[in-house]
Design a protein around this ligand. Structure first.
Ligand code: 3HC
Ligand code: NAI
Length: 696
């Protein structure tokens, strides 16, 4: 074995040299790795014994891309193009041996090798789009030459990790090799290449798979149209399409210049900076200062759920999707049947959309059992309560669960805003009680707020975090406060949105501003979707708010065809003259003057109080770091990732400006409003908030 540098070795197997990369955790192409590969390839090329080279990685994965932490400064030589030229122009065959994930720059380097072999479990992808980037090491040019323009577009625009088995069929992988024999099989493959005197295949020279796109003049327009809605506000998807256009219209080297120019532009764009921040923020959430890795966890193999309503059914699907058996308990047969029917319908629509096979759905449905007997939960490892949002009902359920469910098992509530300490206090196991706040629809939304009470044990928290990972959620640990992180900030926004209606703005004026900012919808469209009658009671309704008046007129949201908006049969919203009249009449009765509110004022009054609330959440140590708040808003409420979350956004505006504007708006922000001392202090010191971490 020859050590090339700290992270690469050259190992010889007869006349094949294995260039072994060992740079944990994911073999990212850092400067040391790039340097090591170039030096290793050169050494192997100079060595007359060597007839072929295999590029292979140690650890859990092939190279997972460029080292994102190096993006802040100019890349030290050798950069990607120099590295790739050394590989592609090598005079001896180079074979990439892929396991784990070959992603981004990692796949791009593999595409410069003359051949690629992979184990069937390997996956490959160009996920740069999630970082606000395009593949910037030739991926936009080489991938379409191997798999065709449409497939390459799909991979680059979705960023998905595609199984090696699929890529073998598409032609990007030359051979699949047995799972546990990658090294030997790759050496054997390289030997065969040498024996056969096979050509040194350069992907850049291929052209055939570009023909179809050249012949289809409507391809790119159709692509743009298809992604328009989903990628609103993001820049990278459009740039990926431009690179593909270049691939089919320009010679390779010219098209590479287009890719390089667009990549460089994106690398310094505010969108990519924000998305790279989000990438690391989403990995930080799992690190909890007072709960170190290795904290003992409880085995969780059987789940119980109480309540088969909107949330209970979705939560059951989350666990069944991960292969865990679930027992759902309802109060009556009708509600149980209704709940299970919704679950089945959701799965059926997954079959229709080609997401799941009928067999997979049958397996998942078989894991979900419905019953009216709370006693059936006796041997559950975790029970999640999802009954009505009412403290006494929840306490009653917890008292019963505490008596029935085996000692040590965790009891969780899905409450949106109630005090979980008060729920825990009715049990004899408060250390095993916590909040698992799923977001609606629970089977779709990635966010899970894991709520710790004053008494939740570290082991219960560690168990919940591990379980969250297992069911594919992104979990953020939060403390108890009304609404926790997400809803508490949402309330702050909603209060202002409601206030602005009384000052002269219409629901659609406010919604439009937030939609244009990048949110999927504004507060009033969201209210119509959820139902205006959530928590509304016909008997006690007193026309005291605009919302109450709408409910009294049976304008209860999308489900009744009218709420703040009017809806057609396809649930398309239109501003409603009736709502406008209701609001104007309501405001007239209050005797308040109205005025025109600017889009800027609407934006500031919706977002800055949220930022202020976020700062208070930090002051109260409800979260351990500011970036956790951003992860909540991106994954739970659709805050645009290219704006990095509310706390990150605050720093792009400047805390000084945020505080100044809050002071300016203060007379309109309500009697209870106050500016967070932390926010004031950071603003006065010229500091940033999104990087704030609290010591325990
Ligand atoms: N650069 C730097 N660090 C990286 C990294 C990268 N490309 N990919 C992962 N890491 C770090 C993570 O931050 C994390 O660090 P931590 O332990 O200190 O928090 C650690 O590696 C492990 O990562 P995960 O927790 O994400 O591990 P998983 O096993 O869950 O997932 C993975 C592994 C699928 C490889 C996932 O890490 C991933 O998707 N990585 C990013 C892949 C990517 O986006 N590649 C493209 C980069 S841009 C590029 O290549 C540009 C090129 O076109 C020029
Ligand atoms: P829901 O009204 O759709 O469902 C509640 C279900 O609980 C009903 O089917 C009811 O029959 C059942 N139930 C009531 N008492 C019961 C008992 N004692 N035993 C067994 N079943 C009982 O309510 P939803 O929307 O599912 O909400 C449930 C909880 O989740 C609430 O605490 C809510 O605040 C919270 N939540 C709701 C979200 C939403 O968007 N709907 C989002 C996040 C949390």
């Amino acid at each position: 074995m020859t050590t090339i540098n700290a992270v690469t070795d050259l190992v010889f197997d007869d006349d094949v040299a294995l260039l072994v990369i060992d740079s944990p955790p994911v073999n990212a192409l850092s400067h040391a790795v790039r340097e090591g590969i170039v030096a290793g390839v050169r050494r192997a090329l100079d060595d007359p014994r060597v007839k072929a080279i295999v590029l292979i990685c140690k650890g859990k994965t092939f190279m997972a891309g460029a080292d994102i932490t190096e993006f802040g400064a100019p890349l030290k030589a050798p950069d990607f193009l120099e590295l790739e030229a050394v590989i592609e122009n090598a005079s001896k065959p180079i074979v990439a041996a892929i396991h784990g994930t070959a992603l981004g720059g990692g796949l791009e380097v593999a595409l410069c090798c003359h051949y690629r072999v992979a184990v069937p479990s390997a996956k490959c992808g160009l996920p740069e789009v999630h970082l606000g980037l395009i593949p910037g090491a030739g991926g936009t040019q080489r991938l379409p030459r191997l798999v065709g323009v449409e497939q390459a577009a799909e991979m680059m625009l979705s960023g998905e990790h595609v199984p090696a088995t699929t890529l073998r069929e598409l032609g990007a992988i030359d051979e699949l090799v047995p799972e546990d024999q990658l090294r030997d099989a790759a050496v054997e493959f390289a030997g065969r290449i040498v024996q056969a005197g096979a050509a040194l295949k350069k992907v850049r020279d291929l052209d055939e798979k570009l023909h179809a796109a050249r012949a289809d003049s409507s391809l790119f327009a159709a692509l743009r149209q298809r992604i328009e809605k989903k990628t609103r506000g993001f820049r990278a998807p459009e740039y990926i399409i431009r690179c593909l256009e270049a691939a089919v219209t320009l010679p390779f080297d010219e098209a590479m210049k287009v890719e390089q120019k667009l990549f460089a532009e994106l690398l310094h764009s505010p969108e990519s900076l924000a998305q790279r921040y989000v990438f690391f923020a989403e990995r930080q959430v799992w690190k909890i200062p007072d709960i170190p890795e290795g904290t003992p966890t409880l085995p969780v193999e059987k789940i119980g759920i109480v309540g088969a309503g909107t949330m209970g059914g979705g939560i059951a699907m989350c666990f069944a999707n991960a292969g865990l058996p679930v027992t759902i308990v309802e109060a009556n047969q009708e509600a149980l049947d209704r709940g299970l029917t919704v679950v089945r319908k959701n799965y059926e629509s997954a079959i229709k959309r080609g997401r799941l096979s009928p067999e997979e759905v049958a397996q998942r449905m078989a894991l979900i059992e419905g019953t009216l007997e709370l006693g059936s939960l006796a041997d559950a490892d975790l029970v999640i309560e999802a009954v009505f949002e009412d403290m006494s009902i929840k306490q009653d359920v917890f008292r019963k669960l505490d008596a029935i469910v085996k000692p040590g098992a965790l009891l969780a509530t899905n409450t949106s805003a109630l005090n979980i300490d008060e729920i825990a206090n009715v049990t004899r196991r408060p250390e095993a009680v916590l909040g698992l706040h799923f977001f609606s629809p629970a089977n779709v939304m990635r966010l899970l707020e894991v709520v710790r009470t004053r008494r939740t044990s570290k082991s219960a928290i560690a168990t919940a975090m591990r379980l969250a990972k297992r069911i594919g959620k992104i979990a953020v640990l939060v403390g108890v406060c009304p609404g926790f992180v997400g809803n508490r900030m949402l309330f702050a926004r909603q209060e202002q949105a409601n206030a602005m209606l009384l000052e002269g703005a219409m629901p659609w004026d406010i919604d439009r501003v937030l939609y244009e900012f990048g949110m999927p919808m504004g507060p009033f469209a969201m209210a119509d979707l959820a139902g205006l009658d959530l928590g509304w009671n016909k008997e006690t309704s007193k026309s005291a708010t605009i919302r109450e008046v709408l409910c009294e007129m049976d304008r209860r949201g999308q489900k009744t065809g009218a709420g703040y908006y009017d809806y057609d049969e396809h649930r398309n919203a239109r501003p409603s003259p009736d709502t406008e009249k209701i609001i104007r009449d309501f405001v007239r009765k209050t005797g308040r003057p109205t005025r025109t509110l600017s889009a800027q004022e609407i934006l500031e009054r919706c977002l800055y109080p949220m930022i202020n609330e976020g700062a208070k959440i930090l002051e109260e140590r409800i979260v351990v770091r500011a970036s956790d708040i951003d992860v909540v808003w991106i994954n739970g409420y659709g805050w645009p990732a290219y704006r990095g979350g509310p706390m990150y956004y605050a720093d792009t505006i400047g805390l000084h400006t945020v505080v100044q504007k809050l002071e300016e708006h203060a007379p309109k922000l309500g009697r209870g409003f106050s500016i967070s001392p932390l926010l004031r202090q950071l603003a006065a010191e010229g500091k940033r908030i999104h990087e704030l971490r609290l010591e325990q």
